[in-house]
Design a protein around this ligand. Structure first.
Ligand code: SAH
Ligand code: AVI
Length: 332
């Protein structure tokens, strides 16, 4: 562990560095030598990837961010009143733009104490911490730079006086895990909850495939650039020689699995050398590399996943067009 920042208001601990490079190396070695090539989506998010994601959130086609923000703005008071929480833990916090809404409601209720963001992106987490302590006088931030698949046990314990907390996983990020991993993650997140704590989970909902496909293949090509960013990350971190423009961005809705899949398709045959791994990888023309799944949910699917993870749905909040949902859950 390395403490990246320490002041009366902000402490940031990092569990990445050497461990993170190893995780990318493992994922590349494992994922690019499979019969169907695959890289997990967490490797999109270096500083450039986090900026591209912020641009995606502003796109007219990408409805999840603005819709979840609207639901939160309408329901934040309810959520804070119902939980009495004074602390917000946010997994995959990014720019913390939605946390700001919840922290505002806690501040108005007079309960606000601490924000605990956890993210792989150091740049996004540091910027968010600085902005938030400026905005809320009573707030302290304890940030954790880490991987929520490996470092949930590094999330600091809840307030010493037993005050309750909300653990949030927003934006539909839970949908980026395959179904089995998703339930395992929910169970591990559930282990962070005390009896009075709540999980706040954002899930994108099943809808017209045309709306979904446009959201992941925008007309300005920002999502395509975000998708190809993983190749830039591998080039830089593992001394590889991918030509990102030789790969076409693909996004389609898989009706059977009810998820959007993003892939990169080789426009021509290519051979890639990954120097740090001593690995040569061949792509045939048209061969695809899967870079992300983004599962879409129904209320029944969320309830089933909660039950399987030892949680129960307490409140279900959605928008008038039923595009996106926020669930408040607690331990069974
Ligand atoms: N919660 C924000 C950001 C969602 S984007 C929102 O709702 O808009 C997903 C975020 O999760 C990014 O900030 C990314 O850096 C982070 N992330 C992705 N995989 C992660 C992992 N395995 N561990 C920790 N953070 C991760
Ligand atoms: C972070 N995650 C929930 C986004 C999603 O919609 O699955 C990532 C994303 N991929 C393409 N656009 C946005």
């Amino acid at each position: 562990m390395r403490t990246v920042a320490s002041s009366p208001e902000i402490r940031i601990d990092s569990y990445l560095s050497a461990g993170e490079e190893r995780s990318l190396a493992y994922d590349v070695l494992d994922g690019l030598t499979r019969p169907f090539k695959e890289i997990p989506p967490k490797h999109f998010y270096d500083a450039r990837g986090s900026e591209l994601f912020e641009r995606i959130c502003e796109l007219p086609e990408y409805y999840p961010t603005r819709t979840e923000r609207e639901i939160l703005s309408a329901r934040a008071q309810d959520i804070v009143r119902c939980s009495g929480a004074g602390e917000l833990v946010e997994l995959g916090s990014g720019s913390a733009e939605k946390a700001r809404i919840l922290l505002g409601a806690m501040s108005a209720a007079g309960t606000l104490r601490r924000y605990v963001p956890l993210d792989v992106s150091e740049s996004a987490l540091e910027a968010a911490a600085l902005e938030l302590v400026d905005e809320f006088d009573e707030l302290t931030v304890h940030g954790v730079i880490g991987d929520f698949e490996r470092h949930l046990d590094r999330v600091p314990r809840g307030p010493a006086d037993g005050a309750s907390r909300i653990v949030a996983l927003l934006g539909g990020t839970i949908g980026n895990f395959p179904p089995g991993t998703r339930r395992r993650m929910l169970r591990q997140i559930g282990a962070l909850l005390g009896p009075e704590d709540r999980l706040l989970l954002g899930t994108d909902l099943v809808k017209n495939p045309a709306v979904l496909e446009a959201a992941y293949d925008d007309s300005q090509g920002v999502t395509a650039e975000f998708n190809r960013n993983v190749l830039h990350v591998i080039n830089r971190e593992l001394e590889a020689d991918f030509a990102p423009e030789a790969f076409e961005h693909i996004a389609f809705y898989d009706r059977e699995h009810e998820w959007v899949e993003m892939r990169l398709r080789a426009r021509r045959p290519c051979t890639v050398w990954v120097a740090a791994l001593g690995l040569r990888v061949q792509f045939a023309a048209g061969e695809e590399l899967r870079t992300e799944i983004s599962a879409k949910f129904t209320r029944a699917r969320v309830e089933d996943d909660f039950r399987a993870a030892g949680l129960r749905l307490e409140c279900w909040y959605t928008d008038s067009d039923q595009l996106f949902a926020l669930s408040l859950a607690r331990r069974l």
